[in-house]
Design a protein around this ligand. Structure first.
Ligand code: PMT
Length: 223
């Protein structure tokens, strides 16, 4: 028995890391593989949604999903911002699972930077906050879901992001839980909304995705 409770719904998901260029051969990035975002995309497609995934440079295998979801490949936060803000008005819900760089180098060197001197400084400037921008654009019937990746004061930080970015709920995962978050096949989450918090066991990302989508469907049906 397949639940088709997202039939006719359009969902956008951001996934993976962003790369912020330093010079033609180097970048600032992070360890996100894209596994969590693609598990969410697969679950949404399985339940009948029309899914667009805006993916940074992911390292997970995305070929089997190519026939089920539209994939827009981007590299930097700015690219992801441009794609996400263009797509969002036509969606019923967006899930922001990407690990986006909050800062980028102020200037990208045209040539490979040479090793001169004993130290080197890279001046960073802030990137746009995709989640907060979509939170401002959000219309009454749209549902916006964020993630919070924390290392300390997890619940307090997640609660702050929920409010600051105008999200309907936030999925908290902590790097303190071994074998979860970045690159792992499993994750352990809490879902925090204005109504309270639900804690889930550590489980495969596919099952974590199903828990998140159950909560998404409850939110969509409530709108
Ligand atoms: O890809 P995997 O290897 O499977 O790992 C999954 C994951 C750990 C990356 C994922 O589960 C996760 O936690 N994603 C969010 C990571 C993150 O950057 O969290 P954050 O707490 O810094 O950001 C808060 C929210 O704002 C997130 O929804 C993020 O997508 C969004 N954000 C952040 C900064 C920014 N400039 N724009 C954003 O939209």
């Amino acid at each position: 028995f397949e639940k088709k409770d997202l039939l006719g719904k359009r969902i956008m998901i951001t996934a993976g890391p962003t790369y912020e260029k330093i010079d033609p051969v180097r970048f600032i990035g992070n360890y996100s593989s894209g596994k969590m975002g693609f598990a969410l995309a697969e679950e949404c497609a399985r339940r009948g949604a029309e899914v667009t995934i805006v993916a940074g440079p992911v390292s997970c295998n995305i070929s089997k999903l190519k026939s089920q979801v539209s994939i827009i490949s981007v590299e930097s936060c700015q690219d992801m911002y441009d794609a996400a803000t263009e797509l969002f008005p036509d969606t019923d819900a967006a899930i922001l699972c990407a690990a986006v760089a909050d800062f980028r180098p102020a200037e990208v060197a045209e040539q490979k930077i040479k090793r001169v001197g004993q130290t080197m400084d890279i001046h960073l400037v802030p990137n746009p906050d995709i989640a907060a921008s979509l939170g401002q654009m959000k219309k009454e019937k749209q549902v916006l879901v964020g993630f919070a990746l924390e290392t300390n004061d997890e619940e307090q930080n997640a609660q702050h992001k929920l409010e600051k970015k105008n999200l309907d709920f936030i999925v908290l995962n902590s790097l303190r839980n071994e074998g979860t978050c970045f690159r792992s096949d499993e994750n352990q989450i809490s879902i925090i909304s204005r109504d309270g918090q639900t804690d889930y066991d550590k489980k495969p990302k596919r099952e974590v995705a199903a828990d998140i989508i159950d909560e998404l469907v409850r939110n969509i049906n409530r709108q």
